[in-house]
Design a protein around this ligand. Sequence first.
Ligand SMILES: [Mg+2]
Length: 336
Amino acid sequence: MKLDYLDKFSGTLLGVSIGDTLGRPFEGMLRERIYSHFNDFKEFINNNKKLFNSYTDDTQLTLHTAEALIQGSGFNTNNFIREYVRWLEDPPIGPGFGCISSIQKLKYGISWKKAASNSGGNGTAMRVSPIGLFYCKDIKNLEKSALKSSIITHSHPAASAGAIVIARAIAFLIDKKPETGFSIDEFFETIILSISNSQEKIWEEFIEILNKVKQNLSISIEAGLTKFSQVGVKSPYFIEEYLGKAFVHPYTLSTVACAIFVFLKKLNSFEDCIFQLATAGGDSDTVGAIGGSLAGAYFGLKNIPDDLINLVKNHKNILKVSEQLHLKFKEKYKMI
Ligand SMILES: [Mg+2]
């Protein structure tokens, strides 16, 4: 059967917003504390319904990324800067410091080379999924655009590595179906290749981390989150108190490693996957958003339960943006 790209585009953007919405109330909490509130997914949803009333900056910035691509029929630096500056009027919900400080500078006309903060925070990986969708048939431009979209706000190489890997993973997953699955080896080969042509030390460190994630897929989710929660984090950012606990650090390498790990552990259903992502602990909304983009790209909208879609604020608008992005993709790449 032919692939329904619109279903995958919508699934990806909805996946971001569902993971973000479900993770938001638990941001900054240890996983063990989150789990003291409920036993299973049903209880998780029913006990916390009132808390799931909003998404955060992850979804907001993902939508602005999509809008920028729609306006330019692809990546264009000025459109991206304009859209990220427009985000300041949303107004931002729970933004990271590195992200908002650089975008405020962009607002006042400072060039991106000077405005970008040296933050290795996960703010660029969480907003990159529309680039993975739009350029899924054009990998050279996918990697170039993911890099450019990152460095206009974050000059740190961890941020750009995370953005490229997530965009590349989306493009890989869009062609796969849950009915037939995919090769885990091929998945890692593909995403590692996307950051292999660099002398950048942190990119090499990220490759090592991704290899470790691959080697540890047989351990439990709890054990994996404990192992990768602060992977790559350096002093003075490392939180010693949380060593040996599941609390995902908002550093790009640790967040992306945890999101990929949980996603690959839960390929059985979107529901199971998003539940585990959003309850990761620590930066739960962003693990939810990044992992949700992967889950949405893989499962597609048709495998996302309606009650989860209806939970998301403005979900009709997110579906509309997905349709517009898909239309531009179809026009540019002559896809039917
Ligand atoms: Mg957030």
